[in-house]
Design a protein around this ligand. Structure first.
Ligand code: FMN
Length: 323
């Protein structure tokens, strides 16, 4: 599954990933429940589930239970695979309002939220979370058991504490431990660094009813850097319908992404979304930081495209990536 990532998990990225063969489910970037109900100017872009609406999971963020339930009920009417609630975002501005990781401060408050939303949502209802404010597995387990009791269908765990941001290694061993205590499926997420790792972890997953591991895997930053990673992992698993892509044309991929952004995102979002994307995608290049600096100076998508062309003219050997 593609992870929810603000300014990244939108239609243009889904189109790009689908072009390489796709993944099973695409979580959207977090959508503010309040802004959605209030009819914010860009909401139609946030809830555009194309090109594969049935495999999209809408993620909501908010602190007001009534607002979240209302927004969830609205999205539940759309074709989608489910509704996810953000209980993991640890940005101080979000947590301060009681949203994101703020939900993990109180089992009762979060339990009441799930009970309320469950009454309004027929499709799969999930949450994505971190371990919590502290490294306390027992608290995490009690928290998830309560949400399961209130009707939750799936939990995705990024096994770091809220404070850790992206520091320390994620504690992947918590995922099978949590799974052993719940009846609902548990997905794992955090620092999957290569198609090889994704395939290896998938092989250790639930395919053969293996009780010890995880039910699904979620990939974030690696899927921005390498939108072909799902196809590559499937090919490594030996899926007959998925030939290994072989050679990736990075220049063409970058240009295609810029075209998709222009086509499917509002003008006001173009620069921020392009910069976010290239912050990860450029890590495929030898002179990654140099290229990012150059791209960040540009103020239009077409100037970014020209800058990339100039780079690949100077370094033609960089335009193609052999997998
Ligand atoms: C730029 C960025 C934006 C993110 N936005 C969200 C978000 O909107 N909702 C969410 O639940 N997690 C968000 N995350 C966390 C990711 O979903 C994921 O848990 C995290 O990146 C770890 O996975 P990875 O190592 O595969 O990237 C974001 C992460 C990044 C890097």
């Amino acid at each position: 599954m593609l992870a929810p990532m603000a300014e990244l998990s939108h239609r243009a990225l889904r189109e790009l990933i689908e072009g390489f063969g796709g993944c099973d489910e695409y979580f959207t970037e977090m959508i503010s429940a309040g802004a959605l109900l209030g009819g914010g100017p860009f909401e139609s872009y946030y809830i555009d589930g194309a090109p594969c609406p049935d495999r999209v999971v809408y993620q909501l963020v908010g602190s007001d239970p009534e607002q979240i339930a209302g927004a969830a009920a609205l999205l539940d009417q759309k074709p989608c695979a489910g509704i996810d609630l953000n209980m993991g975002c640890s940005a101080p501005a979000i947590v301060r309002t009681g949203a994101g990781a703020g939900w993990m401060a109180s089992i009762d408050r979060a339990g009441a939220l799930i009970a309320l939303v469950r009454r309004r949502v027929k499709k799969r209802l999930s949450v994505k979370l971190r371990i919590g404010p502290e490294d306390d597995f027992d608290y995490l387990a009690a928290f998830c058991r309560r949400l399961e009791g209130e009707g939750l269908d799936l939990v995705t765990l990024h096994p770091r504490t809220s404070r850790e941001k992206f520091k320390r290694r994620p504690r992947w061993e918590y995922i099978p431990r949590l799974r052993a205590l719940l009846r609902i499926p548990v997905a794992g997420n955090g620092d999957i660094a290569s198609a090889g790792e994704l395939a290896r972890r998938a092989a250790g997953g639930n395919a053969a009813g293996n009780a010890g591991t995880w039910d699904a895997l979620m990939v974030g930053r690696l899927a921005v850097r390498c939108p072909w990673v799902f196809a590559q992992a499937r090919a490594m698993e030996g899926a007959a319908s998925s030939p290994l892509p072989g050679v990736i044309n990075l220049e063409e991929t970058a240009r295609r992404f810029l075209d998709l952004l222009a086509q499917y995102q509002p003008r006001e979002f173009h620069l921020s979304r392009a910069r976010r994307f290239f912050a990860y995608f450029c890590d495929n290049l030898k002179w990654a930081n140099h290229v990012k600096t150059l791209l960040n100076r540009e103020t239009t998508l077409s100037a970014m495209a020209a800058r990339l062309s100039a780079y690949f003219r100077e370094c033609p050997e960089e335009a193609r990536l052999r997998l």
